[in-house]
Design a protein. Structure first.
Length: 502
C-alpha cells in the first residue's frame, strides 16, 4: 500500500488489522521513522521509497500495488515508484481523480482506467443522517484595490478575509452556538495564521480546543491523537485545522459540523472536506456545513457558486438564510438550488405578501422539498403539504377557522359508513383533496377518486383537487382558486336560501 502521509499509513495498518484479521505485528511499515517491511503486507510512505531520484529495489518485489489517494501520482516520486513496480495488479483509490492542473491522464497511465465509481448522491441517501449546508453571507468588502493579476488578487483577498474582525467574530459565534447545541465542530481554514486567530477567539469559551496543521512532528502528532482520545464524550470540544492537513487521512467519527471559513472552489476539495463528517456513529442524525459566502466580491461569489455545485454533487442540500429575503422569517433557511428557486420563488413571494410566521415558513420549506427515493410512496411529502396548507388557511382572514383537516363525513364509501377528506369547509360545502403520486398509480386509483367525487357532489359538496407539489410550487394559484370557490359557494348558498324562502 502506497500512501503519501504518516496519518494514512497508521490508518491503513489499523484498518488492515480490523478487516483482514491479521496481527498488527505482521504488517510491515516503511516510513514515519520505521523501516520494517514484512514482504507480505506492507504499508509505505512514498517519500521513503525514493532518495535522490532512485527508487528502492524492494518495490519490484510486490505482486499487488495499492496506491491510496492516487491523484497524487502525477508527482514525480509517485510516478517513479509506479514505474519501478512490477506488480501484476495495480489498484488506485481516489475520491477526486480529476486534477486542477490537468495532469490526471498520468493516473490512468499508471493505474489503468476507472473500474468502479461510487455514486456520491446514492451514498448520501444510504447514510442514516441528513446532509445540509447553511450559507452565511458576509458583509466583507475588500479595502485593497484589485490587482490585475488574478493570483495576486486572490492572495490579497485571503489576507483581508483573515484580518476581518467582524467576519471572524461571526464564525466564533456560530461555532459556540453549535457547541451549545451538542454538536462536534471542525473549523477549517487554508492558512495557519488564520488558525491562530480563530483559536484565540475560541479558547476562552471552549475547554478543549485542538489545533491541527501540517508540519507537526511524529511525537507532536501522537500527542494530539492522545489528547483527542482523552476528551470525554460529553465535553465540549472544537477542532481547528488547515484543509491540507484534514483533507486526506483524518478520521474522527464524532465530527458532525464543518465550518468552511475561507473560500475554495474545486469540487474535489469540497468532497474531501465534507467526507470528514461522514463516518458513522450512533446518535448522528444530521451533518452540517456552515459556508461563509463573500458575495460582494465577484471572484469570491463565483467560487461560492462552484462550491454549491460541489455540495449538491455529494448529496447536500444548500440552504440560504431567510434574512436574505425581505419579509421572510430570518430563522428559516431557504434552498439555493436554482431549480428550487425557479419552482418556488412565486410561492415564497405570495407567503411574504400575505405574511408568514416561522412555523408556517418551516412547514412550507418541508412541504416543498424534493421527494427522496427512500420515502414510502409520497406519504411524507403529502403529510407535510397538508400541514402547511392547513396552517396557511388558518392564518388568512378569509379562511381562518372555516376548514377541518382530515375530516370524516357521514357518506358511505369503500365499504365504510363514512368518508375521510383532506379538507372540508361545511359553511361553503367545499371539499379540498391533495393528490400525491399514489392517486395516479393505476386505473383503479383513478376510478376510486372519481367515485369519491361523484358521491360528494351528490351530497351537495363542491370538490377541488390539487397536486401535492402544486401546494408549494403554485401556491398563488392554489390559494386564489380556493378563495374564488368559497366566494362562489357562499353566493350559491345565499341564492339557494332565497329560492327556498320564495
Amino acid at each position: 500500500m502506497l500512501v503519501h502521509r504518516r496519518q494514512l499509513l497508521d490508518q491503513w495498518v489499523e484498518r488492515l488489522t480490523q478487516f483482514l484479521n491479521v496481527d498488527e505485528q505482521d504488517i510491515g511499515r516503511i516510513g514515519g521513522g520505521r523501516k520494517k517491511p514484512k514482504g507480505r503486507i506492507d504499508v509505505a510512505i512514498i517519500q521513503s521509497l525514493v532518495r535522490k531520484g532512485v527508487v528502492r529495489d524492494c518495490v519490484a518485489d510486490y505482486g499487488h500495488l495499492v496506491v491510496d489517494e492516487c491523484h497524487h501520482l502525477s508527482a514525480q516520486s509517485f510516478e517513479l515508484v509506479a514505474r519501478r513496480a512490477k506488480a501484476k495488479f495495480v489498484t488506485g483509490l481516489s475520491a477526486t481523480v480529476t486534477r486542477k492542473d490537468g495532469h490526471h491522464p498520468i493516473i490512468f497511465m499508471q493505474c489503468g482506467p476507472v473500474r468502479h465509481t461510487v455514486d456520491a448522491k446514492s451514498e448520501a441517501v444510504a447514510r442514516p443522517f441528513s446532509h445540509s449546508v447553511f450559507v452565511r453571507p458576509t458583509s466583507f468588502r475588500p479595502v485593497v484595490e484589485a490587482d490585475p493579476d488574478m493570483r495576486m488578487q486572490f492572495q490579497d483577498l485571503y489576507r483581508e478575509l483573515m484580518a476581518d474582525d467582524d467576519r471572524n467574530l461571526a464564525i466564533r459565534d456560530d461555532v459556540l452556538e453549535s457547541i451549545k447545541d451538542g454538536r462536534s465542530p471542525l473549523v477549517l481554514t487554508e492558512r495557519k495564521e488564520h488558525l491562530s486567530a480563530l483559536a484565540a477567539l475560541l479558547e476562552p469559551h471552549v475547554p478543549h480546543v485542538v489545533v491541527l496543521h501540517g508540519g507537526t512532528g511524529v511525537k507532536e502528532g501522537r500527542a494530539i491523537q492522545e489528547q483527542l482520545a482523552s476528551i470525554p464524550e460529553g465535553e465540549p470540544r472544537v477542532l481547528l485545522a488547515t484543509g491540507r492537513y484534514i483533507g486526506e487521512g483524518f478520521d474522527d467519527s464524532r465530527l458532525d459540523t464543518l465550518f468552511l471559513t475561507l473560500p475554495v472552489s474545486w469540487r474535489g476539495t469540497i468532497a474531501q472536506y465534507v467526507g470528514r463528517l461522514h463516518r458513522l456513529r450512533d446518535g448522528k442524525t444530521e451533518v452540517r456545513v456552515y459556508d461563509y459566502a463573500d458575495l460582494n466580491v465577484p471572484m469570491l461569489s463565483r467560487m461560492f457558486d462552484r462550491r454549491c455545485q460541489g455540495y449538491e454533487a455529494v448529496g447536500y442540500t444548500v440552504l440560504l438564510p431567510g434574512s436574505a429575503v425581505p419579509g421572510w422569517p430570518s430563522d428559516v433557511p431557504l434552498p439555493v438550488d436554482p431549480q428550487w428557486k425557479t419552482d418556488y420563488a412565486a410561492s415564497v413571494q405570495r407567503l411574504v405578501r400575505d405574511g408568514a410566521d416561522e412555523p408556517l415558513a418551516r412547514l412550507f420549506v418541508h412541504a416543498a422539498r424534493a421527494v427522496e427515493p427512500q420515502d414510502e410512496g409520497i406519504q411524507r411529502a403529502r403529510s407535510a403539504s397538508e400541514a402547511f396548507l392547513f396552517r396557511r388557511l388558518e392564518t388568512l382572514d378569509e379562511t381562518r377557522g372555516r376548514f377541518r383537516l382530515n375530516a370524516e363525513l357521514p357518506i358511505a364509501f369503500d365499504g365504510w359508513g363514512k368518508m375521510e377528506v383532506d379538507f372540508v369547509c361545511e359553511e361553503c360545502r367545499l371539499v379540498i383533496e391533495l393528490d400525491g403520486g399514489q392517486h395516479f398509480a393505476n386505473e383503479d386509483a383513478y376510478r376510486r377518486d372519481r367515485r369519491k367525487d361523484a358521491l360528494l357532489q351528490e351530497h351537495g359538496y363542491f370538490v377541488l383537487r390539487f397536486l401535492v407539489q402544486d401546494v408549494g410550487a403554485k401556491l398563488d394559484s392554489v390559494l386564489d382558486t380556493i378563495l374564488r370557490a368559497m366566494a362562489h359557494r357562499r353566493q350559491y348558498s345565499g341564492q339557494s336560501a332565497d329560492d327556498e324562502r320564495r
